[in-house]
Design a protein around this ligand. Structure first.
Ligand SMILES: [Zn+2]
Length: 154
């Protein structure tokens, strides 16, 4: 994978103090700030999840630096990284606890922080120990099957 074009780095609190919890997907995807002359979406679900927790639900790695990475001439995105003791950068991601592929909602409640290596391993599986009672409730209401083949694969 090609290295992204990094414009600047920020301490987590500098960025997370700007993030607002927005339930409305329209606001999540439209509200932006200007950083270093680039338009950056700040209240996305990903950023809200990081504001809730920067810790990978699987291994406990914590994201501790934001990098502003260029995506076009006028736009950039903020990515959160964990840097391990060997200096390797590990991207932190937003994971759907109940995967989208089996009907999990695209909401903050159904989201958790996960490092990229663990998100990759998890793929489209539901792992029962991730689930809390609220999610089980959602699953029951939406008639989402959390058991069977999906639950047994990790
Ligand atoms: Zn992890």
């Amino acid at each position: 994978m090609e290295k992204p074009d990094v414009i600047a780095e920020f301490a987590v609190n500098e960025i997370l103090s700007l993030v607002k919890f927005r339930r409305n997907p329209k606001l999540q995807n439209s509200e932006s700030i200007m950083l270093c002359g680039y338009k950056v979406r700040i209240n996305t679900l990903k950023m809200q999840v990081f504001k809730k927790s920067r810790r990978c639900s699987q291994c406990g790695r914590i994201g501790h630096i934001f990098k502003l990475e260029k995506v076009s001439e006028s736009a950039a995105i903020l990515n959160l990284y964990h840097i391990d003791s060997a200096g390797n950068e590990i991207l932190m991601t937003r994971d759907h606890i109940i995967p989208r592929a089996i009907g999990g909602p695209d909401t903050l409640v159904n989201s958790q922080t996960m490092c990229e290596p663990h998100n990759h391993l998890k793929d489209c599986k539901v792992v029962p120990r991730y689930l809390n009672s609220k999610l089980l409730e959602i699953a029951a209401i939406r008639n989402i099957d959390l058991g069977g083949a999906h639950a047994n694969s990790l």
